[in-house]
Design a protein around this ligand. Structure first.
Ligand SMILES: CC/C=C\C/C=C\C/C=C\CCCC(=O)SCCNC(=O)CCNC(=O)[C@H](O)C(C)(C)COP(=O)(O)OP(=O)(O)OC[C@H]1O[C@@H](n2cnc3c(N)ncnc32)[C@H](O)[C@@H]1OP(=O)(O)O
Ligand SMILES: Cc1cc2nc3c(=O)[nH]c(=O)nc-3n(C[C@H](O)[C@H](O)[C@H](O)COP(=O)(O)OP(=O)(O)OC[C@H]3O[C@@H](n4cnc5c(N)ncnc54)[C@H](O)[C@@H]3O)c2cc1C
Length: 654
């Protein structure tokens, strides 16, 4: 393509990167339109421009040089400043626009209102009745109050049925009494609960007339709205520093005989009447809706974290020269090494595949939400299975890709100047929060086993599990004929996933037939079951990628996406080295593929991934700005190490 079409080309950039960008075979803006969707891609450009014009929204110094207190303060400052400008910059009803604005301004390390938007508001939308929405949701949207989602406890996160926080109904006073009866019942982890929030949706086990009715959601005021002081009968605080996310104040909470009005239980689905009569929800797991909301949105978020890491490492690999391929010639850009390409390109393909899968999971969530509003609960199970699998597979593989991207930057990748450490820390948190990955895999496993049972009964399952009924088709990769297109690869993929699912189901059946309890038999098969879930989800991602590419109209963009699809299908199928052919095809477009993610320098916060490629001079600037360089001798050195050394010297002279 002609160079002028490449939107990433700028005067004064490192010529190594300019050379790369001139090789692009497609328009990076058009590929960005496919990656984000054209509306969001355009809005992200406009948002980035708006931020450039407001200096108070810029980082005061690189985040890795800040202490935890400074990070928390910086995030709070930006949230406050944003609150003055936000409605001029984004459409607040558009989650992905708001999310992009937050990532560009505040970054990925957390902020005081993360959980407010990620879960507090969605939980109110999904679980509060109309009157409760009028009371709390409108105030929450206006940010008169800041809330979080307090479910996990010190002793239990995964097994929600064993949560120990209790909400006992007192008929006389028409109140619930909330209690944290044990140390392990303390709420532990909720984002922003430590210091920032004044409200929380607390998940507690409902008790009426000594009968345990399972986890339900309750609105609890944590702090005074004026003084922000902790309310009576509540003990609250920050849980301390974490591997990453240190701008966020994840908290603990102890409730001691806290009385709240009956109407503070969220009552859209389950209800408690004044006399204590309990009305069951139409679907037992509707109380888990805020988690399904986050899981369905995590996929695009993790695709983006992977994109951050890969655009840093791909650009850097094109300015870093080290070693020779031909000893008679100059040192090469490290991107020229086959191993470097093999290390990065399959993950670039995955970042696209995950983004497309994420767009689909958000779309499915919206469809489910609308159908639920119309009183239909049928789609809940499908969406739960889909998002459980996607959440687990994508967070895990994104973490692997980020780590490969870090290693691809050599020593400098380990410096926080690359920002890889934070991206990795935030990425892998997703393997744990919103349901530990191996546990979520089992949720999908249950769904797959049911589908196998229905196939064995002669039924034909539909949707994502339809392929389980297609036994007897041609299957192995060896059977793939050239020129048959990707459909053949997909069929091979289906075969592998189907075989694994049936293998797990048969093993489960064998254990059940041997007299083991259902639970014991299940536990004996969970490794096989999780393998089946993993393959099923990777099949979904691949199919979705394939279908998505078929829709692309711009031929140059479609061609490069087909190159990525080809690489993806082969890599996924073989799960080892991709063919040199694919590497060669991707190589000229490597930088332009990552430029198409249009991640601004402000958003990247990475010296290595700078758009202009001027890495070395800025690495030196970065080092000079370290707080530790402000004093020639550190006070802590004077206090500890120097006396130690002086003492050692004195001793040796004696
Ligand atoms: C917009 C936001 C974008 C990004 C966010 C960014 C930043 C936010 C950062 C951090 C946020 C982190 C927040 C949190 O972590 S909140 C806490 C999350 N906690 C969990 O996820 C807990 C995980 N545990 C569970 O979900 C459950 O305990 C369980 C493992 C699913 C088991 O539940 P249980 O009640 O015991 O059910 P089972 O006996 O296993 O299954 C019975 C039956 O129910 C079905 N089921 C389970 N869950 C659901 C659901 N959510 N929806 C629909 N159906 C569900 C299950 O499949 C089974 O069905 P059967 O037909 O097989 O009987
Ligand atoms: C950054 C971050 C933010 C968070 N934010 C929030 C928040 O805002 N609100 C909130 O309520 N919580 C939050 N959490 C808590 C989070 O949701 C839980 O930590 C998570 O759901 C995992 O639960 P757990 O800690 O109990 O893990 P555990 O269940 O203790 O997991 C430990 C191990 O046991 C295994 N295991 C557990 N159960 C089973 C099983 N049934 N079968 C097989 N293996 C099993 C797991 O696979 C894992 O290997 C956050 C956590 C993090 C890290």
């Amino acid at each position: 393509m002609s160079a002028h079409l490449n939107a990433a080309l700028r005067e004064g950039d490192n010529p190594e990167l300019t050379e790369e960008r001139r090789k692009a075979t497609f328009d990076t803006r058009k590929l960005a339109d496919e990656f984000f969707g054209s509306h969001l891609a355009r809005r992200r450009r406009e948002i980035a421009k708006a931020i450039d014009a407001i200096p108070e929204l810029h980082d005061t110094k690189p985040l890795p040089f800040m202490t935890r207190e400074e990070k928390v303060e910086e995030a709070a400052r930006k949230v406050f400043t944003l609150s003055k400008h936000i409605t001029d910059i984004v459409d607040l009803s558009n989650n992905r626009e708001t999310q992009s604005l937050n990532e560009m301004v505040i970054g990925i390390e957390g902020m005081p209102i993360s959980l407010h938007f990620a879960m507090f508001i969605p939980a109110l939308q999904g679980q509060a009745d109309d009157e409760q929405k009028r009371e709390w949701l409108d105030r929450a949207i206006r940010m008169e109050i800041i809330g979080t989602y307090a479910q996990t406890e010190l002793g239990h996160g995964t097994n929600l049925r064993m949560l120990e926080t209790t909400a006992t109904y007192d008929k006389q006073n028409k109140e619930f009494i909330l209690n944290s009866p044990t140390l392990t019942s303390l709420k532990w982890w909720p984002g922003n609960m430590g210091k920032s929030c004044n409200y929380a949706i607390v998940v507690a086990n409902l008790i009426i007339d000594d009968k345990l009715l399972g986890p339900h959601s309750f609105m609890v005021q944590l702090r005074d709205e004026n003084s922000h002081e902790t309310m009576p009968n509540i003990q609250i605080g920050d849980i301390g520093p974490k591997m990453a996310y240190n701008s966020s104040d994840n908290g603990f909470l102890k409730l001691s005989n806290l009385r709240i009005p009956r109407r503070n239980m969220l009552m859209k689905h389950a209800k408690v009447q004044e006399d204590g009569t309990y009305k069951k929800p139409p679907h037992e797991k509707l109380a888990y809706s805020a988690m399904v909301h986050v899981r369905s949105h995590m996929i695009t978020q993790h695709a983006m974290l992977l994109a951050y890491a890969l655009s840093i490492s791909t650009r850097y690999s094109c300015i870093r020269r080290q070693g020779y391929i031909d000893p008679k010639k100059d040192e090469v850009k490290v991107i020229e090494y086959q191993t470097q390409q093999h290390r990065l390109f399959p993950h670039i393909a995955r970042a696209y595949a995950f983004a497309f899968a994420g767009t689909e999971s958000i779309r499915k969530f919206e469809i489910m939400k609308r159908s639920l509003e119309a009183g239909n609960i049928e789609l809940i199970a499908d969406l739960h299975a889909l998002t459980s699998g996607l959440k687990a597979v994508v967070t895990y593989l994104a973490g692997q890709g980020i780590e490969q991207a870090r290693q691809a930057c050599g020593g400098h990748g380990y410096s926080m100047a690359s920002y890889m450490g934070e991206i990795y820390g935030v990425g892998i948190a997703g393997c744990t929060y919103e349901g530990e990955n191996l546990v979520m895999m089992q949720q999908l496993g249950r769904y797959l086993i049911k589908a196998v049972k229905s196939v064995k009964e002669g039924k034909k399952p539909t949707g994502y599990v339809a392929y389980l009924a297609h036994a007897g088709q041609r299957h192995s990769l060896i059977d793939c004929r050239p020129n048959e297109g990707y459909a053949e690869h997909i069929r091979a993929f289906e075969h592998i996933a189907r075989r694994q699912t049936f293998r797990a189901a048969e093993r489960l059946q064998k254990y059940e037939n041997s007299g083991l309890s259902t639970e014991q038999a299940w536990n004996n098969c969970t490794v096989e079951l999780n393998r089946a879930s993993r393959l099923h989800t990777r099949l979904f991602i691949a199919c979705n990628f394939y279908e998505r590419v078929l829709d692309v109209e711009d031929m140059a963009v479609r061609e490069v996406l087909e190159d990525l699809l080809h690489l993806h299908l082969n890599y996924e199928l073989i799960d080892i080295a991709s063919y040199a052919l694919e590497a060669k095809k991707i190589r000229p477009n490597a930088v332009s593929l990552v430029d198409s993610w249009e991640i601004t320098d402000r958003e990247h916060r990475s010296v290595l991934g700078r758009r202009d490629g001027h890495v070395y001079e800025n690495l030196f600037k970065w080092a000079k700005s370290s707080d530790l360089n402000q004093n020639d001798v550190l006070p802590s050195h004077k206090k500890h190490l120097l006396p130690m050394m002086l003492n050692a010297r004195k001793q040796s002279k004696l």
